[in-house]
Design a protein around this ligand. Sequence first.
Ligand code: ZN
Ligand code: ZN
Ligand code: ZN
Ligand code: ZN
Length: 261
Amino acid sequence: MQTAVSDIDKSVLMELECPACKEYMVPPINFCLSGHNICNKCRPTVPSCSTCKQKFLKTRNVSLENLSRQMKFPCRYSKYGCKDTFPYNAFGEHEAICGYSPQKCPVDHLSFEMKCTWTGISKDVKKHLQTAHKDLCGDYNAQHSLLLPSSNASTYSYKFVFAYNEIFCYCVLNQPETIYVALYYIGPGENYSKYRYKVIVMDKEDMESIVVTHRVRRFTATEDDVFFPKNCLKLHGDLTESFRNEKGELHILMKMLKVVD
Ligand SMILES: [Zn+2]
Ligand SMILES: [Zn+2]
Ligand SMILES: [Zn+2]
Ligand SMILES: [Zn+2]
């Protein structure tokens, strides 16, 4: 991993910018009748060359492709401070986990009850949560213990936990008939499939319990509800009834585990 882009590299990188989308061109690179290049992504979407209006050829610019193969490209988020550089075929992997990718506060997309307008870079999300949403941050060992009241109204609970250098959020909706539980992985990578969580429902003497294991979900802002049934573990009232204490409260413990390295 290189950490600086020299002046020579900068001028080569400028040559590798696609004239249509300004992203870097990586093989295959085609060109028009007059010799203007176009990136692989733009090629099918633009009917003719934006510079000279000539048709694109099927021929590939082999020398530029070879140059592209030898280059180290700066991260897409270099403007936010990332200094890492990568060969053309290693972009996606890094960008998905880059600590400088722009982020919104997860509280804002996880909950309808709370709003937060913070935006920043992904490596600052944890610090933001621990300062601005301290009451929503849980203990270091990534478990969350909750005493759910017996109530006729719906109650919501959110708890951020930090483990394995990642951020997760337990979301619980306590309804009179059903309890919905979900553990969300707070992006930006694809690591959520490495994790599971156990929901342990205990009786008042800790003698009996129900233990259910569920997959960690990745929260996508397009799915507008964290309690969307397919993402949640549902505990029905008739299952949990005998576990409630004399006040009708239910003690549940949620524990996260990593299943793949
Ligand atoms: Zn392009
Ligand atoms: Zn052209
Ligand atoms: Zn980066
Ligand atoms: Zn916030």
